[in-house]
Design a protein around this ligand. Structure first.
Ligand code: NAD
Length: 243
């Protein structure tokens, strides 16, 4: 039996990319809903809810999945930290893959960033630069947020170390700060660069997405994987065996 998914956010950019990827990968679309539609309607014919909509929809998507014992693939970004903490507790009741970026290349970038932060140590100043299309509503991107989390984890720092852009007389860079810069414009699907700069050398790890099909194909790969898992929250590192 082919996997069947319910797409929430079906009229959006990712909704369309998911429909194309499903055709390509032999995944059935059991339901496709968007803002104002009854999401419960398509659930009966779907094994997994795939949500790429708005952060305001996440709670109701998860509540519905928990009540109906459905697995979830959650790609929506833009949740506040406290909001995300509560949602993670709810998501843990079903098999759920939650990832700020479903691309295989970006997930390798996560693994390489962890390794680089670990090997290079705090003498190398870490900064993250991201660029997305002019329509993107949240900043920094979910992917940049994850890259920052990885750097903070490896350096035993908290979110107070983050510097969101710089303006005015900010003084010399302190060794513990981690900069994040969000560029917006045009139709850029998603660029992320992690820089580690020391006196005398600089390493830049860059990923550039040119087609949002990579996120859709990754999300469907996650959907095919998550239906065989126990309840719990997983990420793409789990799906790809990168942990
Ligand atoms: P979009 O604005 O093109 O589409 C969002 C769709 O969701 C719209 O059709 C909108 O009507 C619908 N929507 C809004 N609120 C809703 C609700 N409460 N219930 C149901 N549908 C609702 O945006 P997009 O580019 O498709 O991105 C959607 C989300 O996915 C964003 O949060 C984006 O950051 C995220 N995203 C994640 C990844 C990833 O790999 N994790 C990749 C791309 C985009």
């Amino acid at each position: 039996m082919p996997l069947s998914i319910l797409i929430n956010g079906s009229r959006g950019r990712m909704g369309h990319a998911l429909a194309d990827a499903a055709k390509e990968m032999g995944v059935t679309i059991g339901g496709a809903v968007d803002l104002g539609d009854d999401i419960a309607a398509g659930l009966a014919h779907s094994d997994v809810v795939v949500d790429f909509s708005s952060h305001q929809a996440t709670r109701s998507v998860l509540e519905l999945a928990v009540a109906n014992h459905r697995a979830v693939v959650l790609g929506t970004t833009g949740h506040a930290a406290e909001e995300k903490k509560q949602l993670l507790a709810l998501a843990a009741h079903v098999p759920c893959v939650w990832a700020g970026n479903f691309s295989v290349g970006v997930n390798l970038l996560f693994a390489l960033t962890r390794r680089a932060a670990n090997v290079l140590g705090s003498d190398y100043d870490a900064e993250v630069v991201e660029m997305h299309h002019r329509f993107k509503k949240d900043a920094p991107s979910g992917t940049a947020a994850r890259l920052l989390e990885i750097i903070l984890e490896e350096r035993n720092l908290t979110a107070s170390a983050l510097r969101h852009g710089r303006e005015g007389i900010v003084g010399e860079r302190t060794p513990t700060e981690v900069g994040i810069h969000a560029l917006r414009g045009g139709d850029v699907v998603g660029d992320h660069t992690v820089l580690f700069a020391a006196l005398g050398e600089r390493i830049e790890l860059t990923h550039k997405a040119s087609d949002r099909g990579i996120f859709a194909r990754g999300a469907l790969r996650a959907a095919q994987w998550v239906v065989h898992q126990k309840p719990g929250v997983y990420d793409m590192q789990d799906v790809l065996g990168l942990k």
